[in-house]
Design a protein around this ligand. Structure first.
Ligand code: GRF
Length: 222
């Protein structure tokens, strides 16, 4: 008997180009999971249109309608759980999450961050990589823990920073790789190859049962 497909809920805040990369894989039958819902915290964003066009349930839960972060996260959690997801994917979801929320999805929530973590956690990563004189920049997919952009890495892709790169040109190069890398990580999860493991007080990502290094698996830029 075929294993049931992993149920995936994707959270977005904007353009959703990474979401689109996953939708494309799903439509090409290259994903052993199914995106069952897309939720945005901002109304009328392009990512919601993309989900809608693909026939995926698309909804907005506007954080502005809630008294505080806790109230929003509780409502978001209740909404997500209606879909009984195996995996929650943060694809450009621009919110700081409460510890109760990250704890609830621990080991089944992943994020993509535009830097070679642990370098450049937080915002404006492209500018910061240039300012730091880094030779390389990139993106990382990681499990989400209570620490912002601090959960253990799963996979990473690097690009060279050229002398004439601007934050915009670098963002473009990195995003091109993100669209390739993110669905790979999602697919690994759906195939049951990824797990979050707690060792003493630290979390580590396991790939096929083996601990991954701090940067996760490194894949070659396409
Ligand atoms: C991506 O660059 C991702 O690394 C960051 O937010 C951006 C989202 O872009 N977390 P998109 O909405 O997928 O186009």
């Amino acid at each position: 008997m075929n294993k049931p497909k992993a149920r995936i809920v994707v959270l977005i805040s904007g353009s959703g180009s990474n979401l689109q990369a996953m939708i494309d894989c799903q439509q090409a039958n290259a994903l052993s999971g199914e995106i069952v819902a897309v939720i945005s915290n901002r109304p009328a964003v392009k990512g919601l249109e993309r989900a809608d066009a693909a026939g995926i349930e698309a909804l907005c839960l506007d954080h502005k309608g809630f008294a505080d972060r806790e109230a929003f996260d509780q409502a978001l959690q209740a909404k997500i759980d209606e879909y009984q997801p195996d995996l929650v994917v943060l694809a450009g979801f621009m919110r700081i999450l409460t510890p109760a929320f990250t704890e609830h999805y621990l080991g089944r929530m992943i994020n993509i961050h535009p830097s070679l973590l642990p370098k450049h956690q937080g915002l404006n990563t492209h500018q910061r990589a240039i300012d730091a004189g880094d030779a390389q920049h990139g993106a990382t997919v990681h499990f989400v823990t209570a620490e912002l952009d601090g959960g253990p890495a799963i996979v990473q892709v690097a690009v060279d920073i050229e002398a004439d790169d601007t934050p915009e040109s670098l963002a473009k190069k990195v995003q091109y790789q993100e669209h390739y890398m993110f669905p790979i990580a999602v697919q690994w999860f759906c195939e049951g190859r990824l797990r979050l493991h707690k060792e003493n007080k630290n979390h580590v990502s396991l790939f096929d049962g083996e601990p991954l290094p701090i940067s996760g698996r490194l894949i070659k830029a396409r």
